[in-house]
Design a binder for this molecule. Structure first.
Ligand code: ATP
Length: 314
């Protein structure tokens, strides 16, 4: 049995709107999700035992059964017990490059990588939609992480409609190293503060969801109107995360004043990004922001938008 090496990209949210509550207790969302080149590197190596073993040296990443990548392996074992009995367990090594609890879907993309890796290792021949069906059981972002690109995501975020790829755009990402935001906290706080504004009837939810397909940002993306794309970035969760974390709000303001097409927080944060026309522009903005906030706790990444999800490199 072969060892597989995979690239598992992070995502940013170009748009995140909270529509209302769902009967299953989750939020009904309308998002435009975008994969980026910043990625974790995974290795799936057969270990000749009947166990999974997870290796990751990042201090914030658990290596037990709470790791989403480990849970992905357990799910595959449950669903394909014959293949597991036949081929056995694997060592899963995660070279963690995506910041943790950052609103960049780091755990979800690792889980997506394990689904793809075991599909190959165990010669299951599952298709992308079949893998996405499994991925949904692990988390709402997993189906997107499998496919990647530029996508309208609705429902809990698991219903995907690919749109035009956004090529040749760059982002500067910035995050305070020691600051994490829990995704459940962000959504629960939003519900407490803005729940009375939710659309609650199903036809209302459906008609709002359909509107996004003809919405201004989707149009700007299909017309490749970069200026408009930058102006139309939106994230409802900023309304709860920024007041709670004034230093993130300050960082967002500094990035916005430093140039680029537009600045926004990704997902539940606390990562903030600025969309840029080129790598040079992104580097300039990073350097300007670094001059204003010279904090060793603040980290920056310059990376490109990507049109792919999980990639198998060998
Ligand atoms: P999302 O954008 O999907 O809400 P996130 O990027 O905000 O996710 P993650 O990096 O996935 O957040 O981490 C959230 C929590 O999940 C972390 O605090 C960490 O303890 C736990 N976790 C479990 N598995 C992983 C993993 N493979 N990588 C990173 N964190 C993981």
């Amino acid at each position: 049995m072969q060892t597989y090496k995979l690239i598992a990209p992070a995502k940013i949210n170009l748009y995140l709107e909270i529509i209302g509550d769902r009967p299953d207790g989750y939020h009904e969302l309308v998002m435009i999700v975008q994969s980026i080149d910043l990625a974790d590197h995974l290795e799936i190596r057969p270990n000749g035992t009947q166990n999974f073993h997870l290796i990751c040296s990042h201090p914030q990443v658990p290596t037990d059964e709470t790791n989403l990548a480990y849970r992905a392996a357990q799910l595959m074992k449950q669903e394909f017990s014959k293949a597991f009995a036949n081929y056995g367990g694997v060592d899963i090594t995660i070279d963690k490059r995506i910041p943790v609890a950052a609103g960049l879907a780091g755990g979800s993309t690792d889980a997506a990588g394990v689904l793809v890796g075991l599909n190959l290792s165990w010669e299951l021949g599952l298709t992308l939609p079949e893998l996405q069906q499994l991925g949904q059981k692990l988390g709402s972002d997993v189906p997107f992480c499998l496919a990647g690109g530029t996508v309208i995501a609705t429902g809990r975020g698991e219903k995907l409609d690919p749109i035009e790829d956004l090529e040749n755009l760059w982002v500067v990402l910035a995050k305070y190293k020691s600051l994490e935001v829990s995704t459940p906290w962000a959504y629960q706080t939003y519900r407490k503060q803005f729940g009375q504004e939710y659309i609650s009837d199903r036809p209302g939810v459906q008609s709002r969801t359909l509107k996004v397909h003809s919405g201004p940002l989707v149009q700007a993306i299909s017309h490749k109107d970069k200026t408009k794309i930058g102006q139309l970035l939106h994230n409802d969760l900023e309304k709860v995360v920024l007041p709670e974390h004034p230093q993130v709000n300050h960082l967002r303001n500094i990035l916005q004043q430093s140039g680029g097409l537009g600045t926004m927080m990704s997902g539940s944060g606390p990562t903030v990004f600025t969309l840029c026309q080129s790598q040079e522009e992104a580097e300039t903005i990073k350097n300007k922001a670094k001059l204003v906030i010279s904090d060793p706790n603040l980290e920056f990444w310059v990376t490109r938008l990507s049109s792919t999800g999980i990639k198998v490199i060998s």
